[in-house]
Design a protein around this ligand. Sequence first.
Ligand code: AHR
Length: 503
Amino acid sequence: MKLIIDAGKKEGYISPEIYGHFSEHLGRGIYEGIYVGEDSEVPNVDGIRKDVLDALKEIEVPVLRWPGGCFADEYHWKDGIGPKEQRKKMVNTNWGGVTEDNSFGTHEFMRLCELLGCKAYINGNLGTGTAREMSEWVEYMTGTGSSPMTELRRQNGREEPWKVDFFAVGNESWGCGGNMRAPYYADLYRHYQTFLRNYDPEHPIKKICVGPGTPEIKWTEEVLKACFEDAPANAHGFMDYITIHHYVVPDTWSHKGSATAYPEELWYKSLNKARFMETIIQRNENVLNKYDPEGKIALCVDEWGGWYDVEPGTNPGFLYQQSTIRDALIASLTFDIFHRHCKRVRMANIAQMVNVLQSVLLTEGSEMVKTPTFYLFKMYKNHQGGEVLANYLTDVETEGFGEEKEDAIPVISASASEKDGVITVTITNCSLTKEETLEVSLLNTGAGNVINATILSADSIHDFNDFRKEEKVTEKPFSAYQVKEGSLSVTLPAHSVVLLRLK
Ligand code: AHR
């Protein structure tokens, strides 16, 4: 098998925001996982866990989406500002029916973004909120002059406006966000987005429209049609992004399967479902190419990752799951797809950052665990802001499970990019059982010295990192490669990901 990388052919810019995260008021995602409050015994900065902050800085989070998800369409932002003891409580009807005390609100989220040095992506409430409420939230956060909302912000201790980079009008409006039909949503989108004012002309807010929830393109087609109809040509559908949500559910929605104790037969099935992301993206690109041939509107995959049965004994509404090497491979295959489609896919947010679904970090009291997905993000961060280099696989074998091999997939997946004169190559061996040797040819470059090589691998496909135990799946130095003239020979153990950086 061969991987040919042509450094002379640049295929597009990798927007750092495809390495974004999502954090919803769901289970222990925000409370406990990120926010413990200033009086907590867990070391914190303004109530935000220090261990979590330090870990997230290692992976260079570029953007964070908040407050939901389904929660967003029932979230009333004014309940989450002002003195904490006076904040209104609510019941989180989507996620476990628990009481939400609103102690983590706009100010706390913006502080988190400041501490992480990341962009803020706010998801507005279309389902149960008014256009006025949405418009006032933007005014509260970004307004500059003297107005009721800017004065309220100042009263609550924040003089300067914040920068809000992205704002979505609703979430899954075809489902938990209101069970709307596409033309109805499109009209509401056009209406509400009108009142998302730009108070800082230097820093216009990018508007995000809700995209499809199924692999079918009916929703995208109907929403774009309605948003472009009778609209000025330069309005480009009144949007900067349209979303895609795609989860890897290995078995069925009613029986998703265990996050750790999965049968081998679900291995290729799971990876295949991750690979299906490419089909979904392509279908949406085709529709976008029709309405927006110039490529102004981007795709934002603002929910993706593995979704399994919750850990035994945990609240089913909290979506808490462990994470194995399988999740790291779901992430590497997904990023390889995003890189191939980098011209349209300009933001993505893994679901979710801490303690919910495919998290990079898990917490238990004052303990924290870095999952295999964390290490994958750490290795892949080298692609952020790079130029994709054309790369082709030849003579690639496929592998599947059992006699029939119905779920067969190419055993190797790879990405190559260049930034600041350094070439980053990441290679995944998807095989359940077999070590693979790959010849890597580098064309049109003098870069031949490996300056950094690491690997993420596991003895067993079920390995994960557990609390109070030595890490089983972690990034380690890698040396199973040989440099020849203009090429490399790389040997990857079964189910592993390798990072090579060349100069
Ligand atoms: O990420 C969990 C949930 O999945 C989100 O709240 C919702 O948007 C999606 O259905």
